[in-house]
Design a protein around this ligand. Structure first.
Ligand SMILES: [Zn+2]
Length: 447
C-alpha cells in the first residue's frame, strides 16, 4: 500500500524540484535535493549476514580504519544473554501429533505442522527426522508445491509418533560456547557507527513457519536487539535465505521500515542477489543493486560492481557472509582488505552508508518538498516531509542556484553561522549544503 502512496508523491514532486515562491525576478533561484548525500555519484551499503566472528574480528577493523559504517544482520539466539530463545508457538505439540493420526496434511494445516517440525528438527535435534531438509521444504512451500510438502509432512509426523516420546515446546538456548561476539562487543561496535539489524532469532527459513511463529522469530529478535543496542538498531531486517515469499514479507513489512529482501517502492528498480540482470538505464529514480561476493567470485567482477554503481548512480548493496574461513562462502582477509581499499580509492564518488541511512535518504528525498522565499536580498530554504521524524532523521544535501555575483555565501541556520563558497557549473552559480527536513529554515545571503 505504501508503494502506491510513494508513487503519488513522486508524481507530485516530479523529480523533487519545487519552486513555490519567486518574488524578485532578478533573484531567480531554485533548489534541488541531490540524488545522493554530498552530491556523490553513488551509494554503497556494506551488509553482513549471520554475525559470524570474523566479520567483527577481520572485516570490521579494516572498515574502522577507512571509516566505513557497515550493517550487520544478526541472529539474536546465538548471543549469550539474549532473553528470547527459539521455540514453537501454538497448540501443544502432542495435540497436533495426535491429530496427524487421523487428519492428513492439507494446505490449511500444513504451516502449523511445518512450524512444529522445524522446531523439533532444527532446535530440538530429534534424530529420527534429521534427514529431512527444512530448506527444501521451505523452498517448495514458497513455490506453492503443497502436495509434495503435505506428503513429506505426513511421513515426518508418522515418524515422530513412532518415537513414542512426549514432545513439548520449550524455549531452547542455541547459543554456543564457540568464540563469538558478545552483546557488550556489539554495543562497542554500534558506538563506532555500525548498524545492527534483525536476521531472526535462529536463522529460520520463515517460509516453513505459520504467522504466529514468523512473528515470534522477528519480534523477539527485535526485542533483544532493542534491549541491548537501542531502538536505532531495530529498523532494518533481512529474512533469512533472501526469501521473496510474499506471505512472509507481508508479515514482516509492518514491523520494519527497511527490509533488504525487497524494495517495493515503485521508484526503485530492484535487482536482488538472485537476479543476474546488469543494471543500466532505467525509468525509475533509483536502482538498488544487490551483489554478494562469494569465495569463487573473481576479484575483477567485485570491482566492476563499484565502477558500474558510479557510472549509473546506483545504490549498490553488498552482501557479505563468511570471512577468513568462518561462515558461508568465506572471503580471505587479503580479498577483503584489497576490496575495501578499492572502495576507498573511489570515495570521492561514493557515499558509503549503512543500509538504513541509504534507505532513509532515498525516502526523505522522494517525499520532501522544498519551500523557498526571498526576502530583503536573502533566500530562505526549508525542506519538509510527512515522514515519521523518530525514524527519518538524516540530512539531505541541497543545491541552490544563487545570483551570479554571490561568490561567497553566508549560511545561517538556527545558531549556526558560517561562510560557504559557491561553485560554478556552466553559466550558473550554486551552493551545496545539508539540511535535516523540518528543522529550522536556512538563510542564504551574499557575503
Ligand atoms: Zn543468513
Amino acid at each position: 500500500m505504501w508503494a502506491t502512496q510513494n508513487k503519488k508523491t513522486f508524481m507530485l514532486l516530479s523529480g523533487s524540484i519545487i519552486i513555490l515562491l519567486l518574488i524578485a525576478a532578478d533573484l531567480y533561484s531554485q533548489t534541488e535535493i541531490l540524488k545522493w548525500k554530498e552530491g556523490k555519484s553513488s551509494c554503497v551499503s556494506m551488509t553482513f549476514d549471520d554475525g559470524t566472528i570474523n566479520q567483527f574480528k577481520v572485516a570490521m577493523p579494516i572498515m574502522d580504519k577507512l571509516e566505513f559504517p557497515g550493517t550487520f544482520f544478526i541472529n539474536t539466539g546465538y548471543f549469550h544473554g539474549s532473553k528470547h530463545h527459539p521455540t514453537f508457538v501454538g497448540r501443544p505439540i502432542m495435540d497436533i501429533l495426535r491429530e496427524t493420526e487421523t487428519v492428513q496434511a492439507t494446505q490449511d494445516n500444513v504451516f502449523e505442522r511445518t512450524s512444529m517440525v522445524r522446531y523439533l528438527r532444527d532446535i530440538r535435534n530429534v534424530p529420527e527426522i534429521n534427514a529431512y531438509d527444512m530448506q527444501r521444504i521451505g523452498s517448495s512451500l514458497e513455490r506453492g508445491r503443497y502436495e509434495r510438502v503435505c506428503r513429506m509432512v505426513d511421513e515426518i509426523c508418522d515418524t515422530l509418533r513412532k518415537t513414542n516420546r512426549i514432545y513439548e515446546a520449550v524455549p531452547t538456548s542455541i547459543s554456543t560456547d564457540q568464540d563469538g561476539a558478545t552483546w557488550d562487543d556489539l554495543v562497542k561496535y554500534s558506538e563506532k557507527g555500525h548498524e545492527f539489524a534483525c536476521h531472526t532469532i535462529s536463522h529460520a527459513h520463515l517460509s516453513n513457519l505459520d504467522e504466529e511463529n514468523i512473528l515470534y522469530e522477528l519480534i523477539k529478535c527485535k526485542d533483544d536487539i532493542e534491549d541491548h543496542l537501542g531502538y536505532r538498531h531495530t529498523l532494518s531486517v533481512e529474512c533469512p535465505y533472501g526469501t521473496h515469499d510474499d506471505r512472509v514479507l507481508n508479515i514482516a513489512y509492518p514491523l520494519f521500515p527497511f527490509m533488504r529482501n525487497s524494495a517495493p517502492e515503485d521508484y526503485i528498480d530492484e535487482i536482488l542477489r538472485g537476479n543476474s540482470r546488469t543494471p543500466g538505464k532505467t525509468d525509475k529514480e533509483y536502482i538498488q543493486w544487490q551483489r554478494g561476493p562469494l569465495s569463487g567470485t573473481p576479484y575483477s567482477e567485485m570491482t566492476s560492481w563499484i565502477d558500474t554503481s558510479i557510472h549509473y548512480n546506483i545504490w549498490l548493496v553488498l552482501v557479505f557472509h563468511g570471512i577468513e574461513g568462518i561462515g558461508w562462502e568465506a572471503l580471505s582477509t587479503e580479498t577483503v582488505q584489497e576490496y575495501f581499499n578499492y572502495i576507498e580509492s573511489k570515495e570521492e564518488d561514493i557515499w558509503v552508508a549503512t543500509f538504513q541511512d541509504a534507505y532513509k535518504y532515498i525516502r526523505e528525498r522522494m517525499n520532501s518538498v522544498v519551500y523557498e522565499t526571498v526576502d530583503e536580498g536573502a533566500m530562505a530554504v526549508e525542506v519538509s516531509n510527512e515522514l515519521d521524524k523518530k525514524i527519518y532523521d538524516i540530512p539531505l544535501t541541497l543545491k541552490t542556484k544563487i545570483p551570479e555575483d554571490w561568490e561567497k555565501v553566508q549560511f545561517q541556520k538556527g545558531n549556526t553561522l558560517k561562510v560557504i563558497n559557491s561553485i560554478t557549473e556552466g553559466e550558473h552559480r550554486y551552493v551545496i549544503y545539508d539540511v535535516i527536513p523540518d528543522s529550522e529554515p536556512v538563510r542564504l545571503l551574499k557575503y
